[in-house]
Ligand binder design. Structure first.
Ligand code: PFF
Length: 449
């Protein structure tokens, strides 16, 4: 049977960008930048993206395309020795996919709920007490928040059962252009507000006193999370790439477009935050409490708010498709399940695991590990441990074990692309810079030395 894959160039770009662009850009990036000092955080994040993110992304895509297999099989098949050790990358990846989806589908549920609420009721209010009450009642009612999470799981599961080309590629080809369009409309509106300048200064003037080892780890974790790397997602998507796709070029485009979405989301949010006198450090609730309050002060605010949450839901959906594809591809290929069965099994696991994250805002709110509830724990373990460790292993495998010759032949599509110089630069960074940086930042950030 022929293996499914992405059919067109635009489809490859849309699917891969669909994985990278997500709640990371619209929810995590703005609040983490807000909490950790604005531009100085942005700078560390940019460095992590160029020196760590991009090289790992290129590696994953090419490894996946060469093996033409799911994440676990790829890291079992490609090494000549120590197969069981390297396949831990894929195993950790499947675990990370479930952990991330457990909290991600919760937040995506809030986003879906806000799309619905914006259409059916007037939830905009200039008083943050009011908007925080609306948000509070959503997350503190167990059945309501679970309902939205299940709806999200249903939608994403349905698309995944249709396969890589008919499900993922077809959906992301429609969602990505709309997302950019909506975002640009909102940014134009925001930049024409009276205090746009303060918002821009906050994003673009650095304060280096805010930077310490933990902040650097957070920025690097965000870079991993943003580019969907370190856990076999890009490996799995790489396995659906066409043989004539230019991987270094595609990865660079995706990285730049993803960065643009994050910056645009920052440009959409911070000018408005300053204009209406809110705190830029509002944390994870920035999106759900501050944004509705801001849009309430804006003429035509309800329409802008609808566009905003619609684009957030598109972003979240594209990213969740790639997360769910990691276990589904593995169950299908290695456990010989049908796609429907593999999806149903993954969804069943997520209904249980996801509930622990969702209920950590109500029934389970006093259950804490290292002072973190389930939701924060899953987020911390995946972004700051599993993805960087996975990324480190991928960099070591691609840079030191797989072989220079394989890298050069596969990334140049068997010498049909004229990109030797780019590959040399990538290979140098991947081999000497990426692993050392990840290693040091991990140890320092986790206070292991
Ligand atoms: N990159 C997505 C975001 O920024 O929202 C999240 C994500 C997707 C993380 C896929 C990891 C992953 F494998």
């Amino acid at each position: 049977m022929q293996r499914d894959g992405f059919k067109t160039r635009f489809g490859i770009l849309a699917a891969t960008l669909g994985s990278a662009v997500g709640l990371g850009n619209i929810w995590k990036f703005p609040y983490m930048t807000g909490e950790n000092g604005g531009a100085s955080f942005l700078l560390v994040y940019l460095l992590s993206t160029f020196l760590v993110g991009l090289p790992i992304m290129i590696s994953e895509l090419v490894l996946g395309r060469t093996a033409k297999a799911n994440a676990i099989t790829t890291y079992y098949q490609l090494p000549k020795k120590n197969k069981n050790f390297w396949s831990l990358i894929g195993i950790g990846g499947v675990a990370a996919a479930f952990l991330i989806l457990a909290f991600y589908t919760d937040v995506a549920g809030w986003v879906y709920a806000y799309v619905y609420k914006t259409i059916t009721a007037n939830i905009l209010s200039t008083s943050p007490e009011e908007t925080s009450k609306t948000f509070g009642s959503l997350i503190s009612t167990p059945l309501t928040s679970l309902f939205w999470q299940w709806l999200v799981l249903g939608v994403v599961g349905l698309i995944i059962t249709m396969g890589a080309s008919k499900g993922i590629e077809r959906t992301t080809k429609k969602l990505m252009p709309l997302l950019f369009l909506f975002l640009v409309i909102i940014v134009v509106r925001s930049l024409t507000l009276p205090k746009a300048k303060e918002g821009l200064l906050f994003l673009f003037s650095p304060d280096f006193s805010k930077i310490n080892a933990q902040v650097v780890l957070l920025a690097m974790g965000l870079a991993f999370f943003k580019l969907s790397i370190g856990m076999g997602t890009m490996t799995t998507y790489g396995s659906y790439f066409r043989d004539d796709a230019n991987i270094p070029a595609t990865a660079t485009k995706v990285m730049l477009a993803d960065l643009s979405v994050s910056l645009l989301a920052g440009l959409a949010i911070f000018p408005a935050v300053f204009t209406y006198g809110y705190e830029p450090q509002a944390g994870p609730s920035l999106l759900f409490i501050t944004i509705p309050a801001i849009f309430a002060s804006l003429p035509g605010g309800r329409i802008f708010m609808l566009l905003f949450f619609l684009l957030a839901s598109f972003a979240a959906t594209g990213a969740m498709l790639s997360l769910l594809e990691v276990p589904v591809a593995y169950f299908c290929e290695s456990k010989k399940m049908s796609r429907t069965k593999a999806t149903l099994l993954s969804i069943a696991i997520l209904v249980v695991l996801g509930a622990t994250a969702t209920l950590s805002f109500n029934v389970l709110k006093d259950v804490k590990f290292f002072n973190l509830n389930f939701f924060d724990l899953y987020d911390f373990i995946s972004s700051n441990i599993l993805l960087p460790v996975g990324g480190l292993l991928i960099a070591l495998f691609a840079g030191w074990t797989w072989g220079k010759e394989k890298i050069f032949t596969t990334l140049s599509n068997y010498n049909t692309l004229n990109n030797q110089k780019i590959i040399s630069l990538y290979y140098f960074v991947l081999k000497y810079i990426t692993p050392i940086l990840v290693f040091i930042i991990l140890l320092k950030g986790l206070k292991l030395f």
